[in-house]
Design a protein around this ligand. Structure first.
Ligand SMILES: [Zn+2]
Length: 78
């Protein structure tokens, strides 16, 4: 008798552009992300056309973690 196998349906990957994705919290961002040199959503290095996502706010003890973040430009419409 064959062992039952757990079938996990594959969900299609959500193809949400970075400009539409929710902005994460400032905790755990890389230096490049907090410096505005990498996309805050996907972490890719930003070149030109970066889109400002404004400021995200956080606090760690006495340290303020407010940071202005940027993300990839909107993908070209095809
Ligand atoms: Zn991105």
């Amino acid at each position: 008798m064959p062992k039952p196998t757990l079938v996990v349906p594959l969900r299609p990957l959500a193809r949400v552009a970075c400009v539409q994705a929710p902005v994460p919290t400032p905790y755990g961002l890389t230096w490049a992300q907090t410096a505005g040199r990498a996309c805050v959503v996907c972490g890719r290095r930003l070149t030109s056309g970066a889109v400002s996502r404004g400021w995200i706010y956080g606090q760690h003890g006495a340290h303020r973690l407010d940071v202005e973040v940027w993300c990839c430009p909107a993908p070209e419409t095809r």
